[in-house]
Design a binder for this molecule. Structure first.
Ligand code: GLA
Length: 691
């Protein structure tokens, strides 16, 4: 039975693969054989004799790629327009001699002290009017002319000198755009915001309409009356706030493309910048991805959560989705504890390897850390590293060496792909809009709903892609809208087309409430989703903080209820009690060849799981017949048809897992007998499968 189901799943998954026509074929790191392995190498913090030692240790660890120069601007350009290449020349030369590739960073995340002295106007002004100082890190105002000129100069100079250096394998632009600075409310930013609005709306009348400026008498007559949405007496115009988030994202993209274009004038090596998928609210990465050759991501565990591997899996799936399913780079994670949380819990033995292989299972072909050698000074001296403060006679170092060996043995996995039949909609515009004040309940939280739905799928070993609601959805059997507050006309039409064509949609409450200008469409909620869901909502009935309502299916809902008027939809479950007692709580609408489910309250844990099981069943998505608790199971499929099944045991139990067609296990090198793979507690295994 299990064999048949696995086979069926693989074949249908392959045939339903989504292809995005507008996304370029991505490139990969030049000249790195096998899986890339290494980390940020901030060599400038160390004397040269340590570099020699580091390089020897890199060989021992199996490192083949290091990121160099992220924070090196002050060394590289000691005075405006005067460059000193001695650090870069020496370190790149040594790395090249050792055959270690370099991911060369533009150092634009920390301008030098002289820059701030000469260009104080480039400093960031916060929403509260505070002008930020330096002495830390985080970028200048993304709209600053002086900063933009400086980054073009630095990127171009670096690329001219090192664009064909034999050690350099790729370019790393900046560092985590949007973190810790994503918005600026200074004069140059306000001027740039006005110009951005002019391009978007053309006329001031169009802007007044889009922003609903008749409300609270906010009409503008001239463009220069418009300010940034800085702190004000009450809630600032929400459409304006939404546009300011879009504008701020575009300004960061503008800075990134200045650097990219300056580099491309001298070098044809692939270009990336490290995302923080799912972690930063500032960036709409769907808009960034097409500007880059390689997608890379930084991920740090939520160390205080014992099931933080579920969040890791979600960030990795999101990154793979940004990469359109192609291999991506895990640019940073930690060997053990970070230094910036309230409680910096160390990773336990084996955890780092499990984390690394989770990323790889979900499409990463490069496993990198922050950082290679722990800093002795500065704000990050308590952050773990590949070479910790304790040196090489430490558990962490030994595990790093072991991981390097394991990744070498996993070379055949490189380039294979993950397939999924289920997608969760992820739209930063909707997150921005729904995060604003004065909404019907403070408990409305689309991220919480996304995490909750993702977790249920994770526990069923259902692999998930993330999609924008305007993407081609036709390759998915099931598309989930965890709480898509903002839906554009284009996206609503796309979702309706998807269902009509045979897809299954599962939407939660508070979806489709506003359009892209944060305006409620004429008529009852849920606006543009009324047709596809076959219902309307007469009244929101949010719950008390401690209230739970019973559903006829036995589950218990919190946060939300509402009065639903069924149009073409049927009630699957009703509210048994609470303000919506007797009304529909879970509905289904049959449209064309597909169906759309709607859930009007927040279910949790097994209650949510039971509904998801039904929806998966209706969509024809097989869940594995054999689920081992907290055993993560993902398959990567190569063009040859050979598959690699990752089995990652986060539990404290030893498992024996049936893997039909298993030939051997790549980490231990063991042959597999009778299609059963032993996966001890805490272990990770990668099984080669031929079907
Ligand atoms: C971020 C940064 C790194 C470092 C790490 C520490 O991801 O990019 O420079 O500060 O955090 O966790």
């Amino acid at each position: 039975m299990a064999i048949l189901m696995l086979r069926a799943c693989t074949v249908s998954t392959l045939s339903k693969q989504v292809k995005e026509s507008n996304v370029q074929q991505r490139r990969w790191i030049n000249g790195v054989e096998g899986i890339a392995y290494g980390g940020d190498y901030n060599a400038e913090q160390w004397p040269e004799q340590t570099w020699t030692e580091d390089i020897e240790l890199m060989k021992q660890m199996g490192v083949n790629l290091v990121t160099v120069g992220v924070f090196s601007w002050a060394l590289l350009e000691p005075a405006e327009g005067q460059f000193d290449f001695s650090f870069h020349d020496r370190i790149l030369g040594l790395l090249d001699d050792a055959g270690i590739g370099v991911d060369l960073a533009t150092p634009t995340v920390v301008p030098p002290a002289w820059f701030w002295k000469q260009h104080p106007e480039a400093r960031v002004v916060t929403k509260d009017g505070v002008t930020l100082g330096h002495g830390s890190r985080g970028m200048a105002s993304p709209s600053s002319a002086a900063y933009r000129e400086a980054i073009a100069r630095v990127a171009s100079t670096l690329a001219e000198r090192y664009g064909s250096h034999p050690a350099v394998r790729m370019w790393h632009l900046h560092n985590e755009y949007g973190v810790p600075i994503s918005e600026c409310y200074g004069d140059e930013s306000v001027a740039a915001f006005r110009a951005w609005l002019k391009t978007r709306y053309g006329t001031i009348d169009a802007l007044n309409t889009a922003w609903g400026n008749l409300f609270w008498g906010q009409l503008y007559r001239e463009w220069d009356e418009i300010d940034a949405p800085r702190r004000s007496g009450s809630v600032v115009n929400q459409s304006m706030q939404l546009d300011f988030s879009r504008f701020s994202n575009d300004q960061l993209i503008g800075c990134m493309t200045i650097e990219r274009d300056a580099i491309r004038a001298h070098s044809d090596l692939p270009v990336t910048t490290n995302f923080m998928a799912g972690e930063t609210d500032a960036t709409d990465y769907w808009k960034w991805r097409d500007e880059l050759d390689i997608i890379s991501n930084d991920h740090y565990l939520d160390a205080e959560r014992r099931d933080n591997y579920v969040g890791l899996a979600m960030a990795a799936d999101l990154t793979r989705s940004y990469a359109n399913g192609e291999p991506w780079v895990l640019m940073e994670h930690s060997t053990s504890a970070v230094n910036w949380r309230d409680r910096n819990i160390a990773k336990r033995p084996g955890e780092m390897q499990r984390n690394s292989l989770q990323h790889m299972a979900r499409g990463a072909d490069a496993i990198m850390f922050f950082q290679l050698r722990a800093s002795r000074f500065g704000a990050e001296k308590f952050h773990s590293a590949m070479i910790p403060q304790g040196g090489t006679d430490t558990r962490v170092y030994r595990e790093v060496v072991d991981l390097g060996g394991a990744l070498k043995r996993l070379t055949p996995v490189r380039g294979s792909r993950v397939r999924s039949r289920v997608a969760i909609v992820w739209d930063r515009n909707s997150f921005w809009a729904s995060g604003q004040e004065w909404h019907p309940s403070i408990d409305l939280d689309p991220r919480e709903r996304t995490n909750a739905m993702y977790a249920q799928l994770w526990h069923r070993n259902v692999t998930v892609d993330f999609v924008h609601p305007s993407h081609d959805l036709s390759g998915y059997a099931l598309v989930i809208l965890p709480q898509l507050y903002l839906v554009s006309g284009e996206s609503a039409a796309n979702l309706a087309r998807y269902v009509d064509g045979g897809g299954t949609l599962f939407a939660s409450y508070f979806s489709g409430i506003v359009d892209e200008t944060d305006t409620v469409p004429v008529g009852p909620y849920p606006g543009q989703l009324r047709g596809v869901l076959g219902l309307s909502v007469s009244e929101f009935l949010p719950l008390y903080a401690d209230q739970a309502v019973q559903l006829s299916g036995g589950g218990s809902g919190t946060i939300w209820s509402e009065e639903i008027k069924l149009d073409t939809a049927d009630a699957v479950q009703t509210f048994v009690d609470g303000p919506a007692a007797g009304g529909a709580a879970l509905t289904v609408n049959r449209v064309g060849a597909g169906r759309a489910y709607y859930l009007a309250t927040a279910l949790h844990g097994d209650d949510l799981g039971a509904v998801i099981d039904d929806v998966l069943g209706a969509a024809g998505v097989d869940t594995a017949s054999e689920v081992h608790r907290n055993l993560e199971r993902i398959t990567r499929v190569a063009d040859t048809g050979e598959a690699y099944e990752f089995l990652i045991n986060h539990s404290e139990l030893d498992y024996a897992v049936a893997v039909p067609g298993a030939i051997d296990e790549l980490i231990t090198g063991e042959a597999i007998a009778a299609g059963t793979v032993p996966v001890p507690a805490g272990a990770a295994r990668v099984v080669r499968v031929v079907r």
